[in-house]
Design a protein around this ligand. Structure first.
Ligand SMILES: Nc1ncnc2c1ncn2[C@@H]1O[C@H](COP(=O)(O)OP(=O)(O)OP(=O)(O)O)[C@@H](O)[C@H]1O
Ligand SMILES: [Mg+2]
Length: 903
């Protein structure tokens, strides 16, 4: 972009930008401004104008630029990587050690001790350093959290502007990251400034929309008068011949780049008369044609490299000595085709960039197709010659060049053998990096491309298949079991036991998720068999810890304990902290005295590591344990703490929404419970199914039913049951008890009974404290109290729940209500009271019944449970009528007082 001429127009738009920056500073908030417009309309220019203003301001503002480039589907997070590398002063030519040292130093200046290791680990793959690979799972949210913390810490030092240029070329994950920034970074002055061509809005129609701190500026064409001024300024003289001027204004259509290129064209022409090409591209092409053949060739070589390039790369591609390259570059810079950048990313080399990306595009298109293959191959060779030990962030660039070379060579009928192998290996490296960064779409795409280039008998094919299957599994995508089976077969045949075990464990997890528990265990056992005699290794430790987790989920305590203990020992010995946190949490989820302490240790470790996944598991399982022991208030406080942590990290777990919905429902905070259930269900409805879906469905069903929304309640209950059955997990299936109670209220006894049978078939499990109420009520009403007692005898529940359950089984509902009251679960208490009242009335113990009713009524009024309120009201009214008919004045007064008190 040339800034030789003064800015014309755009005063209003510039004001909006200035205002955005001022707001970010004054409010210490994050502002997202997106500038949209067609190529050459002036998006980058207006960003530059803001930069100038900020630069002149005595208060220093940090600026970081990141570009997205038009290579295939974009290089994963390339714009972010560019920003971070510039911030840390990391050059492409730095060795891994140097880059690591720079990373550590900067982090030490910025980030409090406790978070340093975590942020470093998450920034490493971004700047081209290897990544840890302890456990799979969703790495994206954790990477996002760490990167946000990094930028937030920068903004805390000084106001920060992050410029994401040409976002229409960004990969989808980068778009997500940028889009979410204003939601999570708060309390520090940050302006996120994006430029994009209108295609961005085709990809993301709602971009930035509906956000408090988001603004979209759409750049329209300049007016004729403004364009004329720009042309005059560019020409250093006031007017063109009238005809040319009119034709030019019409053709330029208010596009400054067109005007600019046009003026350059006529000033470069010696033959005077200049015809007007239709498009900017046409003008640029005409200008390129007027260059010497050496200059033109150089620009074409540069176009192969991309927007930025270096003399040594051009020398390598063009086979021209460095000194000549630099001479020619200087000449091209004078003609403003290219410019020298102030920054450098290759040690000891000046960096050049195209004046405008359209110049690059036009130059590229002029390269004969057959010549492109060779040029891309040479470009790849040059990139490959840079520091080998941190090649991963260049892998996608390499892959792009090799893949292009391959494509053009194939099209030209040239030999391709020499290209396939390096292309395949670059694609694989790129995929590994994308996976480490948490970009599963990109990883999937790159592994798939690498597989395309791997013949059936290729040595690495099985590994590629397995990795792609892992990516898909981690991010809940469809996995072809054939892929895993093929990989497994080959690992077994070649005796690669670690990998074979890994494939077996993946199959085990898939089987478990698909509800085939027995098959899952078979696979897990085979995985163990494969590594049992091998020396301790991370792969082995993973097999043990993962199979312990599966056994825990299936309720196979003994197996879980044994494998978990071995996994823990190995993780400790090998210093695998994430794995250690994971297995502690697994072990802590088993029944027994040691559980609580293990969970607490696991959670503490996960918090220390900022390991998002284990933090989530740790909190959830610890809360479950507290609930199981009857420490309802403590569990609630723990959920509060979890919210604090997830907010700090900027992640959201819909899992927690479901569990909290259940808790808030039981303690009588129905609005909150419903809100959480709805937010869970909204997330599920907009995406894929979630294995916990049954829980929020039942919670909402119960609340809706109580509030008189019967139809929709029953629909939720149906769908909840379907979800519970397809989840196949005993803990979830047990929730069918909720459906059973609704069926009983509907008088559909047979169905209730069948549902109770289903629950019985899987057992109460050890998570199901909340079922003592509904399951208990259903069983007693169905006349199956004895079965209930038997289940309670087996249940791993704290004494308070057992007391409540046993009172229930014994038909002592008032006593059960008292237990529930002590536990602090008001909803269960009210249910028991209503039931107690019915029995007391039947036994003729009117006054005691009245008291139970009044207390239930007070609760149902408070939560707006119209249906039960009506039930209780009617019962009380009937009692009153009876007392009146027999003239029991004293009881009349008491009943009236009760009704008034609960009103
Ligand atoms: N309002 C203006 N006044 C003067 N010159 C301008 C103005 N707007 C743009 N220009 C000039 O026009 C050229 C093209 O502008 P710019 O590079 O900002 O376009 P862009 O919208 O970023 O295009 P692209 O989508 O291709 O990135 C630049 O040389 C720039 O300096
Ligand atoms: Mg631009």
């Amino acid at each position: 972009m040339s800034t030789r001429t003064a800015l014309v127009g755009r005063a209003r738009e510039l004001d909006q930008l200035v205002d955005g920056l001022a707001r970010a500073r004054q409010e210490s908030s994050t502002q997202l401004v997106t500038i949209v417009g067609v190529p050459g309309i002036g998006k980058s220019r207006i960003v530059y104008e803001l930069w100038q203003l900020a630069d002149a301001d005595p208060e220093i503002t940090f600026w970081r630029h990141g570009r997205s480039l038009p290579y295939g589907d974009g290089v994963t997070f390339s714009a972010l990587a560019e920003m971070v590398k510039a911030q840390l002063g990391i050059l492409e030519t730095d060795s891994a050690d140097d880059a690591t040292a720079k990373l550590r130093d900067s982090i030490a200046d910025l980030i409090p001790e406790a978070e340093r290791a975590w942020i470093e680990a998450k920034l490493r793959p971004l700047v081209g350093l290897g990544a840890e690979s302890e456990l799979g799972g969703d790495r994206r949210s954790e990477s996002f959290a760490a990167w946000r913390r990094f930028f937030e810490a920068l903004a805390e030092q000084r106001p920060l502007v992050l410029v994401f240029e040409d976002l229409h070329w960004a990969d989808d994950d980068l778009l997500d990251f940028v889009d979410e920034l204003p939601d999570w970074v708060d309390g520090a002055p940050l302006l996120v400034l994006c430029t994009a061509r209108p295609e961005l809005l085709d990809r993301r129609p709602g971009w930035g929309g509906g956000k408090r701190n988001a603004l979209m500026i759409s750049l329209s064409p300049l007016g004729d008068e403004e364009t004329a001024r720009l042309i005059a300024d560019l020409l250093d003289r006031a007017v063109l011949p009238a005809e040319t001027q009119t034709a030019l204004l019409a053709r330029a259509g208010g596009n400054p780049l067109y005007a600019e290129q046009f003026v350059r064209m006529i000033s470069e022409r010696t033959d005077g008369e200049a015809e007007l090409p239709e498009t900017v591209q046409g003008i640029i092409a005409a200008r390129l044609d007027s260059l010497s053949s050496e200059e033109k060739a150089l620009l074409q070589d540069a176009a192969v490299l991309g927007k930025v390039f270096w003399p040594s790369a051009l020398a390598a591609i063009g086979g021209v000595p460095d000194s000549q390259v630099e001479d020619r570059l200087r000449g091209l810079a004078r003609k403003e085709f290219v410019r020298r950048e102030r920054r450098a990313s290759i040690a000891g080399e000046p960096e050049y960039a195209f004046g405008h990306l359209l110049v690059r595009d036009v130059a590229y298109n002029q390269i004969p197709r057959a010549a492109r293959a060779e040029k891309h191959r040479l470009a790849a060779g040059w990139i490959d010659s840079l520091a080998r030990d941190r090649s991963d962030d260049r892998a996608e660039m390499l892959a792009h060049h090799y893949a292009s070379a391959l494509e053009f060579a194939t099209a030209a009928g040239m030999a391709t053998d020499v290209l396939a192998e390096p292309a395949r290996s670059a694609l694989r490296e790129g995929a590994d990096r994308a996976y480490a960064l948490g970009s599963h779409r990109q990883a999937d795409r790159l592994y798939s491309a690498a597989l395309e280039l791997s013949p059936e008998d290729h040595r690495e094919r099985p590994e590629l298949l397995l990795r792609r299957a892992h990516v898909r599994n981690d991010y809940n995508q469809e996995v072809d079991p054939e892929d895993i089976a093929a990989a497994l077969g080959s690992f077994l045949a070649t005796e690669r036991h670690d990998l074979a075990a890994d494939a077996q464990m993946l199959l085990a997890k898939r089987m478990w998720n698909a509800g085939h528990g027995a098959l899952a265990h078979e696979h897990a056992d085979r995985a163990l068999e494969l590594v049992r005699d091998a020396p301790a290794s991370p792969a082995k430790a993973i097999v043990f810890t993962e199979s312990a987790r599966l056994a825990m989920l299936a309720g196979d305590v003994e197996r879980a304990e044994k494998r978990g203990a071995e996994g823990l020992e190995m993780a400790e010995r090998l210093g695998l902290d994430r794995l250690r946190a994971s297995v502690l949490i697994t072990l802590g989820s088993l029944p027994g005295d040691r559980a609580r302490a293990r969970l607490e240790r696991g959670l503490a470790l996960a918090l220390e590591l900022n390991d998002v996944q284990q933090i989530q598991r740790g909190y959830n399982n610890l809360a479950e344990a507290l609930l199981r022991f009857g420490q309802v208030a403590e569990a609630r406080a723990l959920y509060g703490q979890q919210r604090g942590t997830t907010d700090r990290l900027g992640v959201r777990f819909i899992w927690q929404d479901a569990m909290e919905a259940a808790l808030f429902y039981s303690v009588g905070e129905w609005d909150r419970a419903e809100h959480l259930a709805e937010s869970f269900l909204a997330a599920v409805e907009s995406g894929t199914s979630h294995y916990l879906e049954a829980v929020p469905r039942f919670i909402r069903a119960l609340i809706r039913y109580a509030r008189g929304d019967r139809e929709r309640a029953l629909e939720d209950a149906e769908r909840g049951s379907a979800a519970a059955r397809s989840a196949g997990d005993p803990q979830i299936v047990a929730w069918l008890a909720m459906h059973a109670t609704l069926m009983l209220r509907e008088g559909r006894t047979d169905e209730a009974s069948a549902l109770a049978d289903e629950v019985e078939a899987v057992g109460l499990g050890f998570f199901n404290y909340y079922l003592t109420s509904d399951f208990g009520l259903a069983m007693t009403q169905l006349g199956r109290s004895e079965e209930l007692s038997a289940h309670l005898a087996d249940a791993d529940l704290g004494q308070p729940w057992l007391d409540a359950g046993r009172a229930m089984a014994a038909g002592e509902f008032a006593e059960a209500a008292r237990c529930f009251a002590e536990l602090g679960v008001a909803t269960f208490e009210a249910q028991a009271r209503l039931r107690a009242a019915a029995d007391l009335v039947a036994a003729g113990r009117r006054r005691e019944a009245d008291e139970q009713l009044a207390r239930a009524l007070a609760f149902y009024r408070s939560v707006g449970a119209t249906r039960y309120r009506r039930e209780a009201d009617e019962q009380l009214a009937r009692a009153l009528a009876f007392y009146r008919s027999v003239g029991a004045t004293r009881y009349i007064r008491e009943a009236e007082a009760l009704m008034a008190a609960s009103a």
